[in-house]
Design a protein around this ligand. Structure first.
Ligand code: GLC
Ligand code: GLC
Length: 806
C-alpha cells in the first residue's frame, strides 16, 4: 500500500494522506538553522546543536506522537481546521504534503477555502519561512480568523524537559507589532534570542501557553481559537509561546499570503541591548523585512532549488529503471547531505538530546557526501582528526558545538581510528587534493600540538598493530562497528551502558571485522604513502596488511564463512560451533571489500553462505540464528528480542557491504537484488509494512524472527545512506573515483540494459554512456577513440565523452 507518490520532475515525494503509518519527515536548513518537519507540520527547529540550542519545543513520547511544530488554525465561522491536518485533526476536503529538497509544502482545503503552506530555511539566513497562502474558491466573500503559533523550548532541550522547578520561573518574552521575541536567559549568559513574526503588523497575540490553550486545553482546539480572539497574555515564567492572530477578508476568487518567520539572532555582548532590559531587535527586523514580500520568498525558494540542482548535478543518471534513477539522482544524495549535517543527532528516532557526532559515523557519512561538497568534507575530516587521541585511538563521539571528545562515551572502540583513514582516502580519490595530508591538526582537541594529517593516519594504523590478540587479530576493545557486540563488558546492572561498562578487560577478545577493516584501510594508507614519496614506509605497511589478511585466512575462517570474533575466553563468535549467532554478516561483506579470500574462493563461499543463511525478502539479516537469551559474554547484542536491531534484524548499513562483495566477485544479479530488497524506492508499495518514509533508508528493518518482520525503524540518520550510495554509484553503476582519476567498472544486472550519466569530477565533466550487452567484454572509447587505461584522463575544464560496452 502506498501513501503518496514520487514526483521526480519536481524532486518531491508527495504524501496524499496525513495518516501515514508514522510521521514522515523532511529536513530544512543546511548550515546553521535547521528544522525537522513532518507531513503534518510537526517537528522542531534548532540552531546548530539540537540539544543546546533548541528553538521550538518537541515533546517526547507524546500522543499523538507528532503534536506541536508549526501550528496554524483557520477559523471559518464555526469550523476550525489546519492546512497540515494537525493540530486540529479536522478532516480536510483536500490534503497533500510535498516534501522537496530543503522545503515542504502543505496543501489543504476546506469548504472552498484552499491553503498552501510552504516551509523552508532560506540559504544564508537563520530563520524558517512559513508562507501561508489562502484562497477563496467560493463565490461569496469570506472572513477568516487566522492563527499561527509556535511553542518555545527553553534552549537546552534536556533541561527543558526535566528541570521544571527552575524552568517554570525563567521564561521571558518581548512583544511588538511585528513579532514575539523569546528571550529566556538572555538577561544572564545567553547572547541569543529567537522570534516569531509575520509580515502583517498588529493583530492579536498570546505568549503564555495556558492563557492561549485555556484550562485543560490542548493544541487541537485552543481556547483562543475557539473564541476567535487572543488574550494578549504576556508570559512570565511558565511556558512561553508565540501566537499571532489576524483577520483576513477574501473576496470571491481572491488570494492572500501571510509570511511567518521563526528566526534566531545571536549578538556580540556590546550589541545585546537596545536599552536597559530591552533586547536589540534590529537584526530580527532586518530578517522580517527581507522576507516580508512574496517576491523575496519566491526568490529564496528559487535559490534553494538552484543550490540543489548544483549539488546533485555532480552525478545524474538515466536508465530504464525509474526507481534506480530517483534513488541515485535525488533521494540517496539528499539523505547523504542530511546525515552529514546531523550525524546521529536529530530525527524522529534520535532525540537530539543524546549522542553528539559519532567518530566512525561521521567518517562513514563522508563516503557518500564527499562528491557533493568536497570543501565541507575536507573541513569535517580535519575536525574529526582533531578528536583523535595522541595514541592513535579516538573519542567515540564529540560535540558539534565544541568539537571536543565526549567523555560519557569515552574511547576504546577499536575500529574508530581506521575509519579516519578510509574517509581521507575517499576524499583524496574524489579531489586529488593531497595537500590535505599536510594540514596541521591537533590531537584530542588541542591537548597535543598540531601534527600533519598524514601522521594522524599513521597513528591510526599503528594503534591497531599495537593491539593484536592471541591470533594476531585486532583486539576489539569496547566494541567495533557493531556497537552491541561488547565482548569485554559482562554487564549485570540494569541500565548500565553496555558500551562504557568494561569490567572484564580480557585483553584477548579479538575482532575479525576490524582485521578486514584494517586490510582495507591500511591498504589505502600504503597507496597514499606511495603517492607522497614514502614508498618504503608504504612497503612496511603493505607487509602488515599481508600479515593481517593471512591471520584472517588462518584464524578467521570457519569453513563456510568468516568468523566474527573471539570472545573474552578465546571462544569463537559467529561460528558453526556456536548454538546461536552462528553466522554474522559484517566480516562476510567486509572481507570481500578488503580483498581477503578473493583468490582462494573463501570470499565467494562466505557470500553464498550469506545468501543461504541471512537473506530474506526484506533484506539481509545481521546474524543467524538470533540470540534467544541474554549472554553476559556478548553484551547488548543479546539484549534485544530476536530479529530486532543488532540481534538479527536487517541492519541496513551492512547490506551494501554484501552487495559490493557480490559485485567484486562478479555476481551482478545478486548485487542488484541486495540493492533492490532494501532500497526505499522499491518498498513504496509495502509502506503499510515498512512504515518508514519510502524516500529514505532506515537503519534497521525487523528481521524474520520478529512478529513485525519488514517494519522499518530509525529512518534518516544512518550510515546506510552513505554506504548504499557508494554501492550503487561506484559498484553497480561502477563510476568509481580512484587515486589517479575516475574509473568505470559497472556491474549491471541483465534487466538494466545500460545507462547514461553525467559526472562532474576534479573540474571535468564526464558524459558517460554504458551499454550492457552482457557479453563479458569491456570496450571503452574516450571521445570516440579506444581507451585501454584504468583511470580516465582528467584535465580540468574539459568535457569527456565516454562510451562503454560490457
Ligand atoms: C549505530 C551506530 C553505529 C554503529 C551501528 C551498529 O548505527 O551509530 O556507529 O556502527 O549502530 O551497531
Ligand atoms: C544502541 C544501538 C546501536 C547504537 C548504539 C549507540 O546500542 O542498538 O545501534 O549504535 O546504541 O550508542
Amino acid at each position: 500500500m502506498k501513501y503518496g507518490y514520487y514526483d521526480d520532475d519536481a524532486r518531491e515525494y508527495v504524501i496524499t494522506t496525513p495518516k501515514t503509518p508514522r510521521p514522515w519527515i523532511n529536513y530544512l536548513g543546511n548550515e546553521g538553522f535547521f528544522g525537522l518537519i513532518s507531513n503534518t507540520a510537526g517537528g522542531y527547529c534548532f540552531y546548530r546543536d539540537a540539544r543546546l540550542r533548541r528553538i521550538t519545543r518537541y515533546r517526547y513520547n507524546n500522543v499523538p506522537m507528532d503534536t506541536g511544530g508549526r501550528m496554524y488554525y483557520i477559523k471559518d465561522k464555526d469550523s476550525v481546521w489546519s492546512p497540515a491536518f494537525l493540530p486540529c485533526k479536522t478532516p480536510l476536503d483536500r490534503y497533500r504534503c510535498r516534501h522537496g529538497l530543503g522545503y515542504t509544502v502543505f496543501e489543504g482545503a476546506k469548504d472552498q477555502i484552499s491553503a498552501s503552506l510552504c516551509c523552508f530555511v532560506p540559504i544564508g539566513y537563520d530563520c524558517e519561512v512559513n508562507r501561508l497562502t489562502l484562497r477563496n474558491e467560493s463565490s461569496a466573500a469570506r472572513t477568516l480568523e487566522l492563527f499561527g503559533v509556535v511553542e518555545w523550548c527553553l534552549w537546552d532541550a534536556v533541561d527543558d524537559s526535566t528541570n521544571f522547578q527552575r524552568n517554570l520561573n525563567i521564561g521571558e518574552v518581548e512583544i511588538d507589532e511585528c513579532a514575539i521575541y523569546h528571550k529566556t536567559e538572555y538577561r544572564e549568559r545567553r547572547d541569543h534570542y529567537s522570534f516569531y513574526g509575520a509580515n502583517i503588523t498588529c493583530g492579536g497575540f498570546d505568549t503564555d501557553r495556558d492563557a492561549f490553550l485555556g484550562s485543560m486545553g490542548d493544541w487541537s482546539m485552543p481556547l483562543a481559537v475557539e473564541r476567535g480572539e487572543c488574550a494578549g497574555s504576556v508570559a512570565m515564567g511558565g511556558h512561553p509561546i508565540a501566537a499571532r492572530h489576524f483577520e483576513l477578508r477574501l473576496a470571491p476568487g481572491e488570494e492572500n499570503s501571510v509570511v511567518f518567520l521563526t528566526g534566531y539572532v545571536q549578538l556580540p555582548d556590546k550589541k545585546k541591548w537596545e536599552r536597559p532590559g530591552v533586547i536589540n531587535k534590529a537584526p530580527a527586523k532586518e530578517l522580517l523585512t527581507r522576507f516580508a514580500g512574496c517576491a523575496a520568498v519566491e526568490a529564496a525558494l528559487k535559490e534553494l532549488g538552484e543550490y540543489w540542482t548544483g549539488l546533485l548535478g555532480r552525478l545524474q543518471i538515466k536508465s530504464s529503471e525509474q526507481r534506480l534513477d530517483r534513488t541515485v539522482n535525488i533521494w540517496n544524495q539528499y539523505q547523504c547531505m542530511v546525515t552529514f549535517n546531523m550525524s546521529r543527532s536529530a530525527s524522529y528516532f534520535e532525540s537530539g538530546i543524546g549522542r553528539g557526532m559519532g567518530f566512525r559515523d561521521s567518517c562513514q557519512d563522508i563516503l557518500g557526501f564527499v562528491h557533493l561538497a568536497p570543501q565541507r568534507a575536507r573541513q569535517r575530516i580535519l575536525d574529526i582528526a582533531s578528536v583523535q587521541l595522541a595514541d592513535g585511538g579516538a573519542w567515540h563521539q564529540y560535540q558539534p558545538l565544541t568539537k571536543l571528545g565526549n567523555s560519557n562515551a569515552g574511547s576504546g572502540f577499536n575500529d574508530d581510528p581506521l575509519w579516519l583513514v578510509v574517509c581521507t582516502a575517499a576524499y583524496l580519490k574524489e579531489t586529488g587534493d593531497f595537500k590535505i595530508l599536510e594540514e596541521a591538526v591537533p590531537f584530542d582537541g588541542g591537548v597535543e600540538a598540531n601534527t600533519p594529517l598524514l601522521e594522524h593516519l599513521r597513528r591510526a594504523v599503528a594503534y591497531i598493530c599495537g593491539r593484536l590478540g592471541p591470533h594476531g587479530l585486532p583486539l576489539i576493545g569496547r566494541a567495533d562497528w557493531n556497537d552491541c557486540l561488547n565482548l569485554n563488558c559482562f554487564s549485570k546492572e540494569p541500565g548500565e551502558s553496555f558500551q562504557t561498562c568494561a569490567n572484564f578487560e580480557s585483553g584477548v577478545a579479538e575482532s575479525v571485522f576490524i582485521a578486514a577493516l584494517y586490510v582495507k584501510a591500511a591498504g589505502e594508507y600504503a597507496e597514499i604513502l606511495k603517492r607522497v614519496g614514502r614508498g618504503e614506509q608504504g612497503e612496511e605497511v603493505s607487509a602488515s596488511v599481508y600479515r593481517m589478511a593471512s591471520a584472517v585466512l588462518t584464524h578467521g575462517w570457519d569453513g563456510e564463512w568468516f568468523l566474527r570474533a573471539y570472545d573474552a575466553y578465546g571462544k569463537p563468535v559467529g561460528s558453526g560451533m556456536c548454538d546461536e549467532g552462528q553466522i554474522y554478516i559484517e566480516p562476510q561483506g567486509f572481507c570481500a571489500i578488503a580483498g581477503i579470500g578473493l583468490h582462494n574462493g573463501y570470499a565467494r563461499k562466505a557470500l553464498d553462505s550469506v545468501k543461504e543463511r541471512l537473506t530474506t525478502k526484506y533484506g539481509t539479516c545481521l546474524l543467524d540464528p538470533c540470540y534467544t537469551s541474554y549472554r553476559l559474554e556478548l553484551g547488548e547484542i543479546s539484549s534485544y528480542p530476536p530479529g530486532m536491531k543488532e540481534n538479527g534484524s536487517v541492519f541496513c548499513h551492512t547490506n551494501p557491504w554484501i552487495g559490493i562483495g557480490e559485485a567484486l566477485t562478479g555476481n551482478p544479479e545478486e548485487a542488484y537484488a541486495v540493492f533492490s530488497r532494501v532500497c526505499p524506492a522499491f518498498l513504496e508499495d509495502i509502506s503499510e509494512i515498512h512504515e518508514t518514509e519510502p524516500y529514505v533508508y532506515c537503519q534497521t528493518i525487523a528481521g524474520k524472527e520478529s512478529p513485525r518482520f519488514g517494519q522499518g525503524k530509525n529512518s534518516w540518520l544512518t550510515g546506510t545512506a552513505a554506504w548504499f550510495f557508494v554501492f550503487v554509484s561506484q559498484y553497480i553503476l561502477g563510476i568509481r573515483p580512484g587515486f589517479d582519476g575516475l574509473e568505470l567498472t559497472p556491474c549491471l544486472p541483465a534487466e538494466i540494459k545500460g545507462y547514461t550519466a553525467t559526472r562532474k569530477y576534479r573540474g571535468c565533466i564526464y558524459d558517460i554512456a554504458v551499454r550492457n550487452e552482457q557479453n563479458g567484454g569491456y570496450k571503452l572509447t574516450l571521445d570516440g577513440k579506444p581507451f585501454n587505461g584504468k583511470a580516465l584522463p582528467c584535465e580540468a575544464g574539459r568535457t569527456y565523452k565516454v562510451v562503454l560496452t560490457v
